[in-house]
Design a protein around this ligand. Structure first.
Ligand SMILES: C[S@@+](CC[C@H](N)C(=O)[O-])C[C@H]1O[C@@H](n2cnc3c(N)ncnc32)[C@H](O)[C@@H]1O
Length: 316
């Protein structure tokens, strides 16, 4: 590693406890090994340092300050947006949960795909001591950061790593989501949320998570799951308006009612038809509490409720 012209060695197994500073430049040695490592489209290299324990090494380590935390920028970017949007997007998420599901500070909340804790950080001041937050993700470095920085200070917050393989988020993962149960008792959770997670998963994993959500939710519990809704009209509007930086057109059919945006990178963005969504919701014994919320991404709706389309689910 190069810090202001000084060379510093960091062993892979010491990577997650090393105190990186803004602007540290990372080079993996020996070069022959570096060339063989798995790389993801975000520019990071991935090294397995133990059982179900891979590290994500960016070419440069930068830190963004937010709410008294210092967040590694390469992990923030995996949310799909940069550090400058942590606050507006995080507050909008909580506002949407309040508006469309209702939230109370004493609730038990479970988030699948918590990433770097964008929503969790907004909930620190919101939850009362009776409230509880459980975050799950496949990006191990983000979960590890949340554990060391959020859970270590706030006892009603906990974070769990699922070592499910994912092209971008956990390329060295050894399992799939189907190998994991949500870490909560049956009927114990008030609210579940998944922000842009079903947009990266195929049917088997979506159905598995829906079944698990059904299991952990209280009978009157609710889940807020964002997704890309596919219909010829919605896609025509998305192509016309091209609102996102991701060029979302979903031109490639990929199974029954499933469409992907990039044939070379299938889980980069996944969309589902209403029929496919209904089939998955039904298979999990869930039901919609309202029509899908209207996503801004496609430009199809005159007025939007959230960035992506949203299914609000409850046990059937
Ligand atoms: C676009 S990011 C959104 C992160 C977070 N929801 C937010 O709004 O900041 C998608 C997240 O889903 C996570 N993810 C992908 N596949 C997953 C899976 N099978 N189980 C749980 N999380 C997954 C990724 O690691 C990533 O953190």
């Amino acid at each position: 590693m190069n810090r202001d012209g000084r060379r510093i060695s960091v062993r892979p197994d010491a990577f997650e406890s090393f105190a990186f500073e803004n602007g540290d430049r990372l080079t993996i040695k020996p070069r022959a090994l570096a060339a063989r490592l798995t790389k993801t489209p975000d520019g990071s290299s991935h090294i397995l340092v133990g059982d179900a324990r891979a590290i994500r090494v960016p070419p440069r380590y930068d830190l963004a300050e937010f709410k008294g935390f210092k967040l590694p920028t390469h992990l923030v970017i995996l949310t799909g947006a940069g550090p400058e949007t942590l606050d507006p997007i995080g507050t909008a998420h909580i506002r949407h949960y309040e508006k469309f599901m209702g939230l109370r500070p004493d609730m038990t909340l479970l988030e699948i795909g918590c990433g770097i804790g964008r929503d969790a950080m907004q909930l620190i001041d919101y939850l009362s001591p009776e409230g509880r937050y459980i975050g799950i993700d496949v990006t191990r470095d983000s979960v590890e950061w949340c554990r060391r920085n959020i859970a270590a200070r706030y006892r009603n917050f906990e974070f769990h790593h699922f070592d499910a393989q994912h092209e971008l988020y956990n390329p060295l993962g050894s399992k799939t989501s189907l190998d994991f149960a949500l870490p909560a008792e049956a009927g114990s959770v008030d609210r579940v949320f998944l922000g842009s997670v079903f947009t990266h998963l195929f049917e088997a994993e979506v159905v598995h998570y829906m079944k698990e959500i059904r299991r952990v939710l209280r009978p009157d519990g609710l889940a807020y799951a964002t997704f890309f809704r596919y219909s010829p009209e919605i896609i025509a509007a998305a192509v016309r308006t091209n609102r996102t930086p991701f060029g979302l057109r979903f031109e490639h059919p990929y199974g029954d009612g499933c469409y992907i945006n990039d044939a070379a990178y299938p889980t980069g963005a996944v969309a589902y038809t209403d029929e496919a969504m209904a089939r998955m919701i039904d298979a999990a014994s869930l039901k919609l509490t309202a029509p899908y919320l209207r996503g801004w991404w496609s430009g199809y709706y005159e007025e939007a409720d959230d960035g992506q389309d949203v299914a609000i689910l409850t046990p059937r």
